[in-house]
Write a protein that binds this ligand. Structure first.
Ligand SMILES: Cc1cc2nc3c(=O)[nH]c(=O)nc-3n(C[C@H](O)[C@H](O)[C@H](O)COP(=O)(O)OP(=O)(O)OC[C@H]3O[C@@H](n4cnc5c(N)ncnc54)[C@H](O)[C@@H]3O)c2cc1C
Length: 385
């Protein structure tokens, strides 16, 4: 291999943008391509905010990855003098009788060095009287976590990438021929060809369309409706001044971000919605989901019962069968990497995942077992032969 490999990264969302930046910083020549631009409204990294947390249950690689990302978010915030992470704290409420997930979390948080407190229901009631904790058994509070600016940070990453000498192109990579080895170049929507030593496809919910044979059954885009409710005038009880970011693990999982940038009180149901086409899907929220979220709001935040809906948005998860990411080489092409499957929790990990990805490519490493493609043993044994 030449001393400076050329890597083409397709997709400038949270996964591709950070990967491109780390590859560049680690000495590669990098071309980053995106069809509609970093954090565009169709992408899974679009919209204003995402939660940063370390609570992830037992036996998983994500708490450590979140700890590394926390360090990197801070490093790049300092370097670029831009604030991405709003450290409001994250409160995880346990309203489910089965709390295996939460009981498995503190040991990993401790190990990873992410500060946390275990709180009783009475302690939470005292601290946040705006919340009704009637059925909540206990909680985990992560004081140094909070919410991240989503599309703004994607744009900042691409700006930094370009300033550091990376090449960015706004064009679509055409899907034809991507799965026919050997991939020697990709064709762009302007008719040009791009040739590289390695290709990273970080195309979020589009990955199944680009690699139907390998990924259509593994990454499924699901429609997710997000709602913003308006608190009463002059009332700061439902802004981040007085409330942390929260997650409520009951029969369903609801989560919210209180009043970032005066957008209102963001609430969503994490339940996976119907299949959704990220290119042509109409982004209109469903009345059924709105009703469910409203009922929940009235129950958990009774003072917000009559709050009007002031904004809504539709995004999509790029859901894998077990919610683990996909970070692996294409089964037939060792120079083609597939990076995605964020499954509704990928954004926070962008900085650390990009770092991992850059090392995998440049040091010819092996990805974390949980992130590999679910291939049959036979196919795994014979790939690249
Ligand atoms: C409603 C919602 C809430 C979420 N909440 C959280 C949260 O609180 N915390 C958290 O950590 N994560 C959260 N996530 C998940 C997280 O946002 C995603 O996992 C993450 O943003 C995925 O990033 P990505 O780079 O893989 O995909 P994307 O952001 O979709 O990026 C893919 C990019 O590829 C480009 N592209 C696609 N096809 C082509 C092509 N052919 N040629 C060129 N470019 C192409 C697209 O334009 C796009 O910009 C949430 C997601 C949603 C939808």
């Amino acid at each position: 291999m030449k001393s400076k490999p050329h890597v083409a990264v397709v997709g400038a969302g949270a996964f591709g943008g950070w990967t491109a930046l780390h590859l560049l910083e680690q000495g590669a020549r990098v071309t980053l391509i995106d069809a509609w631009g970093p954090g565009n409204s169709r992408s899974s990294s679009g919209g204003e905010t995402r939660i940063m947390r370390g609570t992830y249950g037992p036996d998983q690689p994500y708490t450590d990855l979140a700890a590394r990302s926390l360090k990197l978010w801070r490093k790049y915030e300092n370097r670029w003098k831009i604030k991405f992470l709003h450290r409001t704290g994250v409160l995880w409420m346990v309203s489910n009788h089965d709390d295996t997930f939460e009981r498995g979390s503190p040991a990993l948080l401790r190990q990873a060095g992410i500060p946390y407190q275990e709180l009783s229901a009475s302690a939470m009631k005292k601290r946040w009287p705006q919340i009704s904790f009637s059925d909540v058994h206990w909680g985990i509070f992560e004081p140094e976590c909070g919410y991240l600016d989503a599309r703004a940070s994607c744009q900042a990453v691409v700006n930094a990438f370009v300033s550091a000498g990376g090449a960015y192109r706004e064009a679509a990579v055409l899907p034809d021929g991507l799965e026919q080895p050997p991939l020697r170049f990709v064709t762009l929507s302007d008719g040009s060809r791009l040739k590289a030593d390695y290709y990273v496809f970080a195309c979020g919910p589009w990955l199944g369309k680009l690699f139907p044979k390998t990924l259509a059954r593994i990454i499924r885009p699901t429609k997710q409706d997000i709602f913003f409710f308006g608190p009463p005038a002059g009332d700061s009880r439902f802004t981040s001044e007085h409330l942390p970011v929260w997650g409520d693990h009951g029969k369903r999982f609801f989560y919210g971000i209180p009043g970032s940038d005066r957008r209102g009180f963001k609430v969503a149901d994490d339940t996976r919605g119907p299949a959704f086409d990220p290119t042509s899907g109409e982004r209109v929220v469903s009345p059924t989901t709105l009703k469910r979220v409203r009922d929940y709001l009235a129950f958990r935040f009774p003072m917000m019962k009559d709050a009007p809906l002031i904004e809504s948005r539709v995004c999509q998860y790029e859901q894998t069968p077990d919610s683990n990411f996909i970070v692996d080489r294409h089964p037939q092409m060792s120079h083609v990497w597939l990076l995605g499957g964020g499954s509704g929790h990928g954004f926070k990990h962008g900085p650390a995942l990009g770092e991992v990805m850059a090392e995998l490519i440049l040091k010819d490493g092996e990805p974390c077992p949980q992130w590999r493609l679910p291939l049959s043993d036979d196919l795994r044994r014979t790939r690249f032969q």
